[in-house]
Write a protein that binds this ligand. Structure first.
Ligand SMILES: Cc1cc2nc3c(=O)[nH]c(=O)nc-3n(C[C@H](O)[C@H](O)[C@H](O)COP(=O)(O)OP(=O)(O)OC[C@H]3O[C@@H](n4cnc5c(N)ncnc54)[C@H](O)[C@@H]3O)c2cc1C
Length: 359
């Protein structure tokens, strides 16, 4: 058994925000991540030179309405730019042929220069080498007689004073073996919280120029017909032209080749023949992520998480364990803002408890 004071499970935005906050307080955490990469729902399409050219997970933030994001962007020196929204949208499936129309509703919608991947890079920058262990799924946590916690992976067990579980709540209830001594109702509260966007698939297309802008189009498509139910301009701050859209086809019917052909046909129908000739085409199917998408997310209807009970944000097992995935937040649960809020609040609670027990 290895000893470590504070262990974080999950290296998405929430876990890494917690790690950043702990590290700033002089408490280096150990971070255990199931996947071979960090970032969780944040992932990107890269150029051959290793630059981020498009987001495969989240994109948008709303700094005028999201004070926590605004504060973290300032702290981490991350610039933003507005979502491109000039020109008409295309409405698809509302009439026999697609039609152009101005569509409002994107006020305050911004993007991080370089995408949310920059947030991940900034959060891990000051962590000591070796503090994050990838390919390390945690399968159980149990209480020891001395009150500490044992964290089990398939290869090792480590003892730790405190654990921050920065994993999607529903998945945590499905896949982690947690102590029976948790307050009644915790497992039900975890299971009730849908993982935001976890069953989504996102299509990204890159082009040599944003040709739709030259035709007075915003790149936005609202479709009743699909396979994309929405599409948006996703051109980077550096000028790499791209579009992205969300796939309406349910997870069990996402056969990659027919899906690609149907998406390209839809883009041609709505934006013209150039749209069917992307330089790069990628569908990122999040429903296939075993460490993000729970069975209940994949099989149930897509749901936006509401603010869950206080139980999701309070300390458990005598203030030794906290849940802090984005969906546990009391502000913007499920969103980037929620992940920042939850990670920061859980880390602050763990720091306070660490100091209190050492007095
Ligand atoms: C396609 C898509 C589009 C989105 N768009 C937006 C947007 O525009 N704006 C916005 O605000 N939000 C958006 N979101 C939501 C946003 O991505 C999330 O709120 C945020 O990334 C969640 O961060 P997190 O750290 O809480 O969880 P996650 O990113 O899910 O990270 C959890 C981590 O825990 C790991 N893990 C799970 N189980 C274990 C285990 N047993 N042991 C060890 N590690 C484990 C996982 O591998 C993962 O790395 C989008 C999400 C998706 C998928």
């Amino acid at each position: 058994m290895t000893n470590t004071p504070i262990t974080i499970v999950g290296a998405g935005i929430a876990g890494l925000t917690a790690a950043y906050t702990l590290q700033n307080a002089g408490l280096t955490p150990r971070i255990l991540e199931a996947s071979s990469r960090i970032g969780g729902r944040v992932d990107s399409l890269y150029s051959a030179q290793g630059e981020v050219i498009a987001d495969l997970g989240p994109t948008w933030i709303w700094p005028p309405f999201q004070p926590i994001i605004a504060r973290w962007l300032e702290r981490l020196h991350l610039p933003t730019f507005d979502q491109y929204d000039q020109g008409d949208a295309v409405l698809d499936g509302f009439a026999p042929t697609p039609r152009r129309q101005p569509v409002p509703g994107q006020y305050g919608m911004a993007r991080i220069v370089g995408g949310p991947q920059q947030l991940i890079s900034a959060l891990v920058k000051n962590l000591p080498d070796g503090s994050i262990q990838t390919n390390t799924p945690v399968d159980a946590i149990h209480e020891l007689d001395n009150g500490k916690l044992a964290v089990h992976t398939d290869t090792t067990t480590l003892t730790t004073e405190r654990v921050l579980l920065a994993t999607p709540l529903r998945l945590t209830a499905e896949r982690l073996n947690l102590p029976d001594t948790l307050k009644p109702g915790v497992t039900a509260a975890l299971r009730a919280m849908p993982t935001w966007m976890a069953a989504q698939a996102r299509a990204v297309m890159t082009y040599d120029e944003p040709f739709w802008r030259h035709q007075g189009l915003s790149g936005r498509i609202a479709s009743r017909q699909g396979p994309l139910f929405e599409c948006h301009d996703h051109t980077s701050a550096q000028g790499q032209a791209s579009l992205f859209g969300f796939v309406a086809t349910p997870p069990e019917h996402r056969d990659p080749e027919p899906l690609e052909q149907a998406i390209l046909a839809q883009l041609e129908r709505c934006l013209g023949p150039k749209a069917a000739q992307p330089i790069e085409f990628r569908v990122r199917d999040w429903a296939k992520e075993p460490w993000i998408c729970a069975t209940a997310d994949r099989t149930g209807p897509p749901e936006h998480p509401a603010v869950g009970p206080d139980l999701l944000r309070s300390g458990h097992l005598n203030n030794r364990l906290w849940f802090c995935g984005a969906e546990s937040a009391d502000q913007s649960p499920g969103l980037i803002e929620g992940a920042l809020a939850a990670g920061e609040q859980a880390a602050e609670a763990a720091i306070a408890e660490h100091k209190r027990t050492r007095l």
